[in-house]
Write a protein that binds this ligand. Structure first.
Ligand code: NAD
Length: 490
């Protein structure tokens, strides 16, 4: 059933979630959260400080050391996470409304994409709670030993997330962290705190004990930094820009906490002449314009073989012009605004840089006078060292280049400090696998783009980060291995 959300209905949770209670910041501060479709204030949200992080970490530590979560039977922990997935699905209308208000993305995508995707994470990861197994090891040291490994939770984990997929990226981190028995303090991005707070309420309803999942809203330079440097936090998992990732590393070095970094990207999407051109045009357009280009894996560098270049660029330009950009609550909108005024200014700056570095095929301007809307934009003809080819724009902006030689296009694709994702379009199975093997990126999509699943590990090579989200691999990032060596002769 299609429900038209009441965009003016009150927002239920706007405080900090600490120890199972929604509480004010210690100093009583609040900040505005803004609807990027209108530029208007949605509501005020408690603004945490370093002192609030300290209190949330103390609560999470106590919940880890003394609470039931880590000692629960694994199947009970699994059941609670599964219930959280179910509750999210049941809450899709309200969670979707909150996400669209705060982030701007079309309600149909928030409700029909982000919410089920986050729910899928809790369902999938719940299964690991019962499968965190070690190994028995036949050792050769003199004597008679029974040696085995245990996979143990790390302790208190800090999660710092960005504003492009506030709910989904929170779920990427939260679901495996909790499945392993850790306790968590989550810092949402300052632009988009609302869905994490609602998720906290649902977690309590699902039976996840108070203190296991805490949320402290606030700014990166205060709350984020304190979480990353806190001596009693055992691990920090961060998603955001590469520049902030470096700061997180600096902050984390005090107690040498474990660090996962999911950072920026400038992903190359390569179209060979033997590709299904219609599919390549559709997939490449969605690959860059989806979520107004605010996707770390966005297909932002497009390389098209000379033989099909004109056809592909004409097709993508037509698609770009047809995309309906508008308010997230207009049911005809296909993409919304970019998520904040600050980000709008940043992307607009790159549009001006691009006009000096290449030719505008389509787009290149803001849309309307209200809200933060940007035209889907294609640049072409920029030099390989142009800023629009080298730097992450994180907006609905793709830069197209020609190629004629496979070795050359692979060299161009890899000529970046990033290594997050890539696309290859070809009907030749040898080209598909050989190019996939040579691209330096954590994920390569062939004849598709942007396919995500809780079972697929996702993360970066090079300066796109350390570690993986999702799949089996993520559990290594939220657990430690302990070796137990028992002298069984006495
Ligand atoms: P950002 O780095 O500005 O902020 C991300 C988060 O870090 C926010 O919560 C912010 O408050 C916090 N933060 C800022 N300064 C901090 C500090 N000194 N210490 C601790 N925390 C701090 O990134 P953004 O602009 O919100 O997000 C866009 C970036 O995220 C892009 O570069 C994008 O590619 C990247 N991203 C990567 C992935 C991935 O999986 N690799 C996914 C989504 C987004």
């Amino acid at each position: 059933m299609t429900v038209t959300p009441d965009i003016h209905a009150p927002i239920e949770h706007t405080k900090l979630l600490i120890g199972g209670e929604f509480v004010d910041a210690l100093d009583g501060k609040v900040f505005d959260t803004i609807n990027p479709s209108t530029g208007e204030v949605i509501t005020q949200v408690a603004e945490g400080s370093a002192a609030d992080v300290d209190r949330a970490v103390a609560v999470a530590r106590d919940a880890f050391e003394n609470g039931p979560w880590r000692r629960m039977k694994p199947n009970e922990r699994a059941a609670a996470l599964w219930r959280l997935g179910d509750l999210l699905l049941a809450d899709a209308d309200e969670m979707g409304r909150v996400e669209t208000l705060d982030q701007g993305k079309p309600f149909a995508f928030a409700k029909g994409g982000d919410v089920p995707s986050a729910a899928g994470l809790f369902h999938y990861m719940s299964g690991f709670a019962t499968k965190l197994e070690g190994a028995t090891i036949p050792i050769s040291a003199p004597g008679n030993f029974h040696t085995y490994t245990r996979r143990e939770a790390l302790g208190v984990v800090g999660l710092i997330v960005p504003w492009n997929f506030p709910l989904t990226i929170s779920a990427w981190k939260l679901a495996p962290a909790l499945a392993a028995g850790n306790t968590v303090v989550l810092k949402p991005a300052e632009a988009t705190p609302l869905s994490a707070l609602r998720l906290g309420q649902l977690a309590l309803e699902a039976g996840i004990p108070p203190g296991v999942f805490n949320v402290v809203n606030g700014y990166g330079s205060t709350v984020g930094q304190r979480l990353a440097e806190h001596p009693d936090v055992d691990k920090v998992s961060f998603t955001g820009s590469t520049a902030t990732g470096r700061r997180i590393l600096d902050s984390a070095k005090g107690n040498l906490k474990r660090v996962t970094l999911e950072l920026g990207g400038k992903s190359a999407n390569i179209i060979f002449p033997d590709a299904d051109i219609e599919a390549a045009i559709a997939g490449s357009s969605a690959g860059i314009f989806f979520n107004a280009g605010q996707a770390c894996a966005a297909a932002s560098r497009l390389y098209v073989h000379d033989d099909v270049y004109d056809e592909v660029i004409a097709g993508m330009a037509e698609k770009a012009r047809q995309i309906k950009v508008g308010d997230g609550f207009d049911p005809t909108s296909e993409i919304g605004p970019v998520a904040s005024k600050e980000h709008f200014d940043r992307v607009s700056g790159y549009l001006e840089v691009g006009k000096g570095e290449g030719e505008v095929v389509t787009g290149g301007a803001r849309l309307g006078e209200r809200g933060y809307f940007i035209e889907p934009t294609i640049f072409a003809g920029a030099a390989p060292d142009a800023r629009i080819i080298k730097e992450e724009i994180f907006g609905p902006v793709v830069v197209a280049s020609r190629f004629s030689d496979t070795d050359d296009v692979i060299a161009q694709a890899n000529d970046t400090r990033y290594g997050l994702a890539s696309g290859v379009w070809t009907s030749n199975v040898s080209t598909a696998h050989s190019v996939a093997a040579r691209i330096q990126a954590g994920t390569v999509w062939v004849n598709s783009y942007g396919v995500f699943d809780p079972s697929m590990p996702f993360g970066g090579m090079k300066e796109s980060g350390w570690g993986r989200e999702m799949g089996h691999d993520v559990m290594h990032d939220y657990t430690d291995v302990k070796t137990v060596c028992v002298n069984i002769d006495g």
